[in-house]
Write a protein that binds this ligand. Structure first.
Ligand code: GAL
Length: 686
């Protein structure tokens, strides 16, 4: 049964303590609702209809001009901003606010022609051509200068426009061209390395260049990890990924600083792709934006894709340090870029949207407002589909507008987590480089499995960086933290010593930030903490499984665990490590460190997790509900909003007392949540 008050161990972030309840965006009295608006694809008489229908749907915020550089600056230094002015004015007259984009994700053809060295180059050495979007090298000085000029022009022209409430810088940095391998990038990479290592000898040491005779004498000899006859030095690859993430960040900062200087009253965001972007280290970006925003698209063919949605929303909220965030893009129905673009079932879009709100979003936007008739995305869904207003999509869109209006008081309230899960981009990168012990090792598989087990237990998850402050969480889960820095290791040690409970999965603590094995037996960085060594990895054959604890199954991985202080909880029944430890736990200081040495199947993982949660004292008040019923609370200062999202095919009764905000109905002790439906309750203490 869900509680009426947040559990006592729920985490109140430092930011929550310091700030009054902020609502977002400024000057909006409701949850933001809208989408990407591309008026440039339509004649002006359609714009009037757009604005009229936006009002009908309850739209109050649109992102404008995301890919319109070629129209705003048709030739270098020649601007045509008048049409944009007319768009903004129409929106303003209708009371619709604007999230104005800088169009720098889509450089115009004149830039590519005039500055051919601004084109991106792949690791195979292919120069990417014009005709799509994102055709630029983030290190190109010509690209950066041109980007700065158009940003400045937009800010000086529209900075005081009354419709403008937010800057949408660029679009999905790193999304299409995560890294460029051209000569300009090579030069920038060398400067970045010089900054990091100081001298070449230190770099040689860090990269282990005695291996395969790669020793460098001068900076100029170093190249990006271009296609080579065998795997390129993994330390070099990792540094290049860090560098590439930083180069995109430098492009963002350049634009943001211009905007901050010219329009200090307008906050700046750029749209992240939380769980789906491997190439950008968002922990390094999170503090750089004024408002965190995220794009999320379902894996259309997965029946349980709502779990991935919840995970993306939780990671986004964590990047926002618990503050409200903005869902910048998702889809009303099918996308156009997956192998099979399965449309959303009735009710699914509403559940998706309200799940994002339940998990901290104060705005729900779509890609896109009106479906395109031409171009690569004409089969992508939109708020206003090709079929116009006589469609289910349109009815759902107007219904959602009304729902969000009814939820306005939820804005600014916070989601409290029960446990933390460590998330780390460099570890993801390193785990999935070439020549690992098994090609079946996957970072998202492990994080996703632990997240899903917690989701099915109706528990709230915050994601944390490995060196984040962990105090306050009763349990911290560490899925496959293959790359563990000394700082991360000592943070985890300190957390357990002070009484924390830690659950670590296999292939963690193996290498440092240069992909160099920590000294001694595996897992070097966590050996003492876990009270064990791993004598040998025993990756399993494709499809092979091992028995664990007389009934559970493991796959992908088994290993020779030798306890050194840890107590054996479960042993392998068979396989290469038959009779040896599979799951262990180790008392350390005032806390406990658990270790799971195989990829347990979902029931096995749920069972182990149950024991770990019990030991950590994590309450599971919603434990009696079916797993497909999602229960999340947003709370603030005595107010509590219970979101119940039913992903099942039958109505479900949930204990609740208060007011159903979506229907206005009073609830005395129980809410009935329809099949595939959502209920949001303003709770009253019982
Ligand atoms: C996003 C992108 C949008 C649009 C959308 C389609 O990644 O930012 O511009 O292309 O995908 O799903």
């Amino acid at each position: 049964m869900p509680p009426t008050t947040p559990p006592p161990h729920a985490v109140l972030t430092e930011i929550e303590r310091r700030h009054a309840r902020p609502v977002w965006p400024p000057r909006l009295d409701r949850i933001a609702y809208g989408g990407d608006y591309n008026p440039e694809q339509w004649p002006e008489d359609v714009w009037d209809e757009d604005v009229r229908l936006m009002r009908e749907a309850g739209v109050n915020l649109v992102s404008v001009g995301v890919f319109s550089w070629a129209l705003l600056e048709p030739a270098e230094g020649e601007y045509d901003l008048a049409w944009m002015g007319r768009v903004l004015q129409r929106l303003h007259d209708a009371g619709i606010l604007v999230d104005l984009a800088t169009p720098t994700a889509s450089p115009p053809v004149w830039l590519t022609r005039a500055y051919p060295r601004s084109r991106p180059v792949t690791r195979e050495g292919h120069v990417l051509g014009f005709g799509a979007r994102q055709a630029f090298c983030p290190s190109s000085p010509e690209y950066r200068q041109a980007a700065a000029r158009i940003v400045e022009r937009l800010a000086t022209t529209f900075g005081d426009h009354p419709a403008l409430v937010l800057w949408h810088v660029h679009n999905e940095y790193g999304g299409k061209v995560p890294a460029c391998y051209c000569d300009v990038s090579a030069e920038a990479f060398r400067r970045w390395l010089e900054e990091r290592y100081g001298d070449v000898a230190t770099l040689n040491d860090a990269w282990g260049t005695t291996f395969w005779g790669q020793r460098y004498r001068v900076w100029d000899e170093i190249e990006p990890p271009r296609l080579a006859p065998a795997p390129v030095n993994p330390a070099q690859q990792l540094d290049f990924m860090r560098f590439s993430s930083d180069e995109h960040l430098a492009c963002f900062r350049l634009e943001r600083d211009i905007l901050h200087q010219l329009t200090p009253h307008v906050p700046v965001t750029t749209n992240f792709m939380a769980t789906s972007c491997k190439d950008v280290d968002y922990w390094r970006w999170a503090g750089e934006v004024d408002v965190i925003s995220n794009d999320h698209y379902l894996e259309a063919e997965r029946p349980d894709n709502h779990v991935g949605l919840a995970m993306a929303a939780d990671l986004t909220r964590s990047l926002a340090a618990g503050q409200p965030w903005l869902l910048m893009e998702h889809s009303t129905g099918a996308v156009n870029w997956q192998p099979r673009n399965v449309a959303k079932a009735p009710g699914e879009m509403r559940r998706n949207s309200l799940t994002h709100v339940a998990r901290g979003a104060d705005g729900v936007l779509f890609f896109q407002w009106r479906a395109s008739r031409f171009g690569a995305e004409k089969f992508h869904s939109a708020m206003l589909p090709h079929g116009g207003t006589a469609t289910r999509t349109w009815r759902d869109v107007t219904q959602l507008g009304a729902d969000l209006a009814a939820l306005q008081e939820v804005r600014g309230s916070r989601v409290r987590a029960d446990v933390a899960v460590v998330w780390d981009w460099p570890s993801w990168w390193a785990l999935e480089l070439e020549w690992r012990p098994s090609c079946d090792l996957s970072y998202l598989d492990r994080v996703g499995a632990f997240y899903e087990a917690l989701w099915r237990a109706h528990l709230g998850v915050d994601f944390v960086a490995p060196d984040a402050d962990l105090q306050g969480y009763p349990l911290v889960v560490v899925p496959s933290l293959y790359l563990t820095t000394a700082a991360a290791a000592s943070n985890l040690h300190a957390y357990v010593a002070a009484g924390g409970h830690l659950l670590v999965s296999f292939f963690s603590g193996i290498v440092d930030e240069h992909d160099t094995i920590h000294p001694g037996a595996h897992p070097g960085a966590l050996r003492d903490l876990l009270g064990l060594t791993v004598e040998e990895f025993h990756p399993l054959r494709q499809g092979e499984t091992v028995g664990v604890g007389g009934g559970l199954r493991g796959s992908v991985w088994s290993e020779a665990v030798v306890p050194d202080g840890a107590e054996v909880v479960l042993s392998y029944d068979d396989g290469p490590d038959a009779g040896e430890p599979a799951v262990t736990r180790h008392r350390r200081g005032r806390g406990l460190a658990w270790y799971v040495s195989t990829r347990l199947d979902p029931p096995g993982l749920a069972g182990v997790l149950d024991a770990v949660l019990d030991e950590a004292g994590v309450e599971r008040p919603a434990a009696g509900l079916p797993a497909h019923v999602e229960v999340v609370r947003r709370v603030w200062d005595g107010a509590s909003y219970l979101f119940v999202i039913n992903h099942g095919g039958a109505a479900v009764a949930v204990p609740a007392t208060g007011t159903d905000l979506l229907t206005g109905a009073r609830l005395d002790g129980q809410a009935s949540v329809p099949a595939a439906g959502v209920v949001v309750v303003r709770e009253e203490p019982q």
